[in-house]
Design a protein around this ligand. Structure first.
Ligand SMILES: Nc1ncnc2c1ncn2[C@@H]1O[C@H](COP(=O)(O)OP(=O)(O)OP(=O)(O)O)[C@@H](O)[C@H]1O
Ligand SMILES: [Mg+2]
Length: 313
């Protein structure tokens, strides 16, 4: 059976992650071609209706998505349209575009976590400013604080903690959507949460992120330290990843200081630079091994399908 030869690494930067992945793919004798989705296009005059740089009218053996550029709604729609089309013509993609979409939109993530019966802080998402104020009033009346987040990922920027008497920011700052979540308070003035990395359904590494501010993203300057993957972290991270049907994910989990854990979010395009600095396994190698397994499975499936058709004829 032929081995996969050339895959596309969809990325917006040729930085550390790209280099780690290319090195890991090279150990499997797979050539990696970094590319931005901005360079790909639909072209209905070609065999597959698509045109990709370097591949032209042919297709890659697989696509590893490291990054999808933000843009206008039509640009983002086109980019996801291309990914869905590539999947439809049989290119294995890691993570699948539909799963990435579930994780990008925090409201869908919250809904799916709730559907899967996983603990997540009470969350409301609406467009109406009037409704948002009503939700805040009810929370404040119960003595709760709230967090307002951008609907799409922001690596910890633009999150606001709202207390009794606070006003909502101007609607355009949050693009007309209010994602409101109950603030998970700890009894002490400590700020930390956990990032668990899941690959191929298995939690493989975790870290505790600590900061002197309540927003504890690595990108916001939090310090990282390795933690043992205990049962609650493992279970919650693996179940949350499964709820969104992601091949791999970075799952953010917070506790209330009294052993009650909550899943905050599930990242379908997680960075792992901070985690790699404190864990002993090579995360890029683990990701690539899992993806290569998927590529072989796809190839076997296609090979068997061709054999079945040939035998039937
Ligand atoms: N409900 C909450 N209660 C307490 N702290 C929270 C809450 N929600 C978020 N935080 C803090 O803010 C950080 C960022 O929140 P979250 O992970 O939801 O969004 P994000 O990291 O900005 O999104 P993305 O990773 O998609 O860019 C968390 O890691 C945590 O430290
Ligand atoms: Mg996060």
């Amino acid at each position: 059976m032929p081995t996969p030869q050339r895959i596309i690494l969809l990325t917006e930067s040729n930085g550390w992650h790209c280099h780690q992945l290319q090195t890991a793919f090279a150990t499997h004798h797979i050539e990696t071609i970094p590319m931005s989705l901005r360079e790909c296009r639909f072209d209905t005059t070609t065999r597959y209706g698509l045109h990709l740089p370097i591949f032209g009218r042919s297709l890659p053996d697989g696509i590893f998505i490291r990054g999808i550029p933000y843009g206008t709604f039509p640009q983002v729609s086109l980019r996801f349209g291309l990914l869905h089309a590539l999947q439809q013509v049989g290119v294995p993609i890691y993570n699948l575009p539909s799963a990435i979409l579930r994780s990008l939109d925090k409201s869908r993530t919250s809904f799916l976590l709730k559907q899967a019966d996983l603990p997540t802080p009470p969350t409301w998402v609406c467009e109406s400013r009037k409704q948002a104020y009503r939700i805040l009033r009810e929370a404040f009346a119960k003595g709760q604080e709230m967090v307002l987040k951008p609907l799409l990922g922001s690596q910890g920027s633009r999150l606001v903690r709202l207390r009794q008497g606070d006003k909502l920011p101007k609607p355009f700052l949050y693009e007309g959507v209010y994602y409101l979540q109950t603030f998970v308070a700890k009894p002490t003035a400590e700020f930390y949460d956990y990032r668990v990395f899941v690959i191929g359904g298995r939690a493989v590494a975790a870290m505790l992120r600590r900061h002197d501010h309540w927003i504890t993203n690595h990108a916001q300057g939090a310090s990282c330290q390795a933690v043992v993957l205990d049962e609650p972290l493992t279970y919650l991270a693996e179940a949350a990843t499964m709820a969104l049907q992601l091949d791999y994910a970075g799952v953010d989990i917070i506790d209330n200081g009294a052993s009650q854990y909550y899943v905050l979010e599930v990242n379908g395009l997680p960075a792992w630079h901070g985690l790699q600095q404190v864990c002993s396994i090579n995360l890029a190698q683990c990701l690539v091994e899992d993806f290569v397994k998927k590529l072989h499975l796809e190839r076997n499936k296609n090979y068997c399908a061709v054999r079945c058709v040939a035998t039937a004829q």
